[in-house]
Design a protein around this ligand. Sequence first.
Ligand SMILES: *[C@@H]1O[C@H](CO)[C@@H](O)[C@H](O)[C@H]1NC(C)=O
Ligand SMILES: *[C@@H]1O[C@H](CO)[C@@H](O)[C@H](O)[C@H]1NC(C)=O
Ligand SMILES: *[C@@H]1O[C@H](CO)[C@@H](O)[C@H](O)[C@H]1NC(C)=O
Length: 230
Amino acid sequence: MASLLQISQLFSLLFLLTLSPSLSSTCTSPKLISSYQTCTQLSSLSSSLHFTYNRLNKSLSIAFTATPPSPSGWVAWGINPTSTGMAGTQAILGYRNSDGTMSVKTLNISSYSDLVEGKLSFDVSDKRAVFNSGDGSITIFATVQNPGDGKINHVWQVGPSVSKGFPDKHDFKPENLASKGSLDLNGSGQSGSSSSDTSSSNDATKKRNVGSFILVLGLVFGLFSYLGCS
Ligand SMILES: *[C@@H]1O[C@H](CO)[C@@H](O)[C@H](O)[C@H]1NC(C)=O
Ligand SMILES: *[C@@H]1O[C@H](CO)[C@@H](O)[C@H](O)[C@H]1NC(C)=O
Ligand SMILES: *[C@@H]1O[C@H](CO)[C@@H](O)[C@H](O)[C@H]1NC(C)=O
């Protein structure tokens, strides 16, 4: 009966994993996937971006996850409405304070030396940052209004430290310099058309069904191993 017991433990573990609230820097995090339309594993700095773009009200919800190079470091994600690199980027910055609280700020980065905290060229709401103790990563959540049409330029970065609320310079390694790309808001991250709404709710239902199925299996195997052992 030992093997049945092990199987039931395995299924219980799987079930717990499907419920686990912990976030991670990959696209496999169950909790985030269920609440965003899509996720893209970004091309550098082991970062990921979950997002949903609602075309009807031009609202882009994002969850950006990256790991700073040190615990007191920062992570940032932004849109560059005018160019492809850092200069001009409208960024959202997240970091962990020494008392464990999280800070999240908006930065208008007009050049490498000119970072101004405050309004961006678009409205940002619901911004917050979460520290994921499992892997030391930070997730920034935000909703951006009018991010642009179709393919937009986005930029992301991590840095080692924060001084007086401002991010200190990041490394200039190849992966720091390659951390930019284009995000297709007309692609799979889009919601607001009837077809993609339907498929997303179907996906959510499927995930819930898989969760219940695993729960039932876990209970059945648990019962079997209980009966078998008594
Ligand atoms: C846009 O629409 C979605 C779906 O109805 C809603 O969840 C979201 O809050 C809206 N965003 C804004 C900024 O109104
Ligand atoms: C960002 O900074 C640049 C340069 O200082 C300025 O021209 C621009 O208006 C700023 N953007 C916003 C939204 O304040
Ligand atoms: C995005 O899709 C909408 C609706 O299909 C279309 O009207 C719009 O032109 C597209 N935008 C771009 C930049 O492709």
